[in-house]
Design a protein around this ligand. Structure first.
Ligand code: NDP
Ligand code: MG
Length: 394
């Protein structure tokens, strides 16, 4: 009998997806690809199907799914092609899959990721936006499904590894005093403030330490990424934002730290390579080779830490406020950010308009605590509509 664990990779054609397939390919005796998905880039997904021979391939975009289906048939590949959110939900919760890598970018990943949690899978969570927007409902799904939730975001994976005596989703350990989230500061950490207004999308996605998808790269440049991660950490580790500190650490070697009540501080270090947390998530509590190089602390520069400058990074300040405000502010924050970042990437607005657009949406929406997942989705849509309206009035 084939005892390999069967992995579904949601967002397989992205940066995290590719890294996941790289780690899986190093351990062909241990894992096998069950299903792969993409948004619309079906040719890239077809290439992955040839190599990894999944049972299912899902394309969110229906027209692109039709193209993939025809190509699969023409090549005689034995893969079933599904389409749309329903297809994503199906492969995430399929009884024949054991592990689900949630690596779709943005709110589009919400329902597939929640479905995997409800179905009790081992959920490898990269798609932070899903947790940020639906925190309570997401964590409820994890508990109800008795799923194993493994953080893949490098900072949260670092904290997960430093926590004593086993991680329990959403529950704080009484031994922990504080969490320290590190941030590289992105490409604009030290450029003159006056230049920020004119930076281009190409400059913003050129991250100094990590190669990532375009949306998260812009989030890193604004430091909204760290703001989303702050909210993510509150949910994952059951901590109020007041006990989570953000630290700029330009080298991206210390991935985050946990301070205990006795004053001890544990950190996880490593080269900035997402295959490390991915391998950890796949194999925990065992360890497998990830392909990442050995950390050379002597050859590397010295490790530096500084407090973030909130005037330079207003998105971080806005997200900190949203973290304090709770539920609905996080939904609105995430939705407005997705719209504003896309507008920046499309060349419709300047870099500094990202923060002011998000602030404008938060100001114009009254906040009530979301009562259900449907309520979250409605708030998300409303915030997107307001953001689009504000952008039209540029
Ligand atoms: P990419 O942009 O590289 O990949 C995104 C993936 O999602 C692609 O497979 C894309 O398909 C798919 N996708 C896009 N839109 C949709 C949609 N509407 N429906 C279904 N699928 C869709 O992103 P990353 O891999 O960089 O990031 C993925 C997630 O992981 C994000 O939430 C990010 O914040 C998080 N993360 C990423 C890190 C990194 O190092 N990259 C680090 C930590 C967290 P297609 O190719 O067809 O567009
Ligand atoms: Mg991160």
């Amino acid at each position: 009998m084939d005892e390999r664990q069967r992995v579904t990779v949601l967002g397989a054609t992205g940066s995290i997806g590719e890294n996941t397939l790289d780690v899986i390919a190093r351990h062909a005796g241990r894992y096998r690809v069950f299903a792969l998905s993409c948004g619309s880039r079906w040719r890239e997904l077809l290439a992955q199907c040839r190599v990894h021979a999944p049972e299912y391939a899902v394309v969110a975009d229906h027209a692109a799914a039709t193209e993939l289906r025809a190509a699969v048939r023409a090549e005689g590949l034995r893969v079933e092609v599904l389409a749309g959110e329903a297809g994503l939900v199906e492969i995430a919760a399929h009884p024949d899959t054991d592990i689900v890598m949630a690596a779709i970018v943005g709110a589009a990943g919400l329902m597939p990721t929640i479905s995997a949690a409800r179905a009790g899978k081992r959920v490898l969570l990269a798609n932070k936006e899903a947790l940020v927007m639906a925190g309570r409902f997401f964590m409820d799904a994890v508990r109800e499904g008795n799923a194993a939730l493994l953080p893949i975001d490098s900072e949260h994976n670092a904290i997960f590894q430093c926590l004593p005596g086993g991680y329990r989703a959403g529950q704080a350990s009484p031994a922990v005093r504080r969490l320290l989230l590190t941030a590289s500061g992105g490409p604009f950490r030290s450029c003159p403030l006056a230049d920020l207004e004119h930076v281009t999308p190409a400059q913003a996605v050129a991250h100094p330490n990590w190669v990532m998808g375009r949306k998260i790269s812009v989030d890193s440049a604004t430091m909204m990424n760290k703001g989303l991660e702050l909210i993510e950490a509150c949910w994952l580790f059951g901590m109020p934002s007041s006990r989570i500190e953000v630290l700029i650490h330009p080298q991206s070697v210390v991935h985050s730290l946990v301070e205990f009540v006795d004053g001890s501080v544990l950190a996880q270090l490593g080269n900035p390579d997402m295959r490390v947390p991915i391998a950890c998530g796949l194999s925990w509590p065992e360890r497998i080779e990830s392909g990442a190089g050995t950390l050379d602390l002597v050859a590397g520069a010295s490790l530096a830490f500084e407090a973030p400058d909130l005037a330079r990074f207003p998105c971080l300040a806005i997200a900190m406020d949203a973290a304090r405000a709770g539920g609905c502010a996080a939904v609105v924050l995430n939705a407005a950010n997705e719209i504003a970042v896309q507008a920046f990437l499309d060349g419709r607005i300047g870099f500094t308009r990202i923060a002011s657009t998000i602030a404008g949406v938060l100001d114009s929406l009254g906040c009530t605590e979301p009562e259900s997942l449907e309520h979250v989705k409605a708030m998300d849509l409303e915030a997107r509509a307001i953001a689009q309206r504000l952008l039209k009035n540029v």
